[in-house]
Design a protein around this ligand. Sequence first.
Ligand code: MRU
Length: 368
Amino acid sequence: MHVNGTAYRTIWVKENDPTTIQIIDQRKLPHEFCIVDLGTVEDFRKAIKDMYVRGAGLIGASAGFGMYIATLHASPDSFESDITEAAEILKATRPTASNLAWAVHRQLHAIAKGSTVEDKIAVAFQTACAITDEDAEFCKRIGEHGKTIIEEISKRKNGETVNILTHCNAGWLAFVDYGSATAPIYAAHDAGIKVHVWVDETRPRNQGASLTAWELGQHGVVHHLIADNVGGHLMQHGLVDMVIVGTDRTTRQGDVANKIGTYLKALAAKDNNIPFYVALPSSTFDFNMSDGLKEIPIEERDAREVRYMTGRLDKGTVSDVLICPESTPAKNFGFDVTPARLVTKLICERGICDANETAIMSLFPEQK
Ligand code: MRU
């Protein structure tokens, strides 16, 4: 996607320096566009844990490159144990994101096949690049499939604007390119279909306000930022045609873990007969899990994210402000699970399916 007219992915190998990976520091957006170099496993651990990079696909791509960087720094005398240690460090950073363990295991499997240290480094590099390219390609295909849904609604409305509500940021910033939830929106917009997006601010970290609003603006998609509690009201008044969100982990029966608050939007959508779509690449499925409520680990983050809000003082510096009494304790659950029964369809790179095991397995028969 483009930032001020220049094409970017969210992660890439530094020009003329294959030992350094570059990312956009998403903590600084929308106020500052800042590129950061990552050159050690510790850099990757910190970048994932502290959310310089975040979102399902980008966490996976970062873990892939983190494992490649681990091969560069592993000692030839303790190569296997150094790599195992790096894998554990990276996997512990964000427990809910399925792509994280998926990418680390893909790398471990690939690295094990190399016969010399040089081979292992080369294969880890190729695998990291493959994970990254696939993520972008799969999101592009999600966009093509999802566009047909938006097109259908647009036809039904005789070409009037299609109003889409989204939660958090499942945009290109959450992946390598295009995004999952946003890919159909960008594809529809680029095809000349009139779309308008309601962007949930998404407390506590406000990924909707700071990231989704920013990237939609960069691409020229018409949107309005709304407070998290507004969606139900909009739905009751016919101002939402569809909801589309991403996911951090989806089980084989179609239960969807996504940013905290998603479940409430799914309930409101059900009550108002509004279709609720979830867009995801296959790397976000956890085919080993069935019951999302019982099995998906929900990340609990620092209470500071709830007690404080970050923002720019009028035309001034970016600051954190305390929004509760000094002594108020807070709890910070990062994700919730939307049961499959509330999901209208899943949009994947292989096509669109119902959120149940039979339909998911018909798209991914190799997982039966
Ligand atoms: O905590 P984050 O920002 O990494 O959360 C991930 C998300 O951005 C959302 O849950 C998103 O909707 C799914 S990830 C594509």
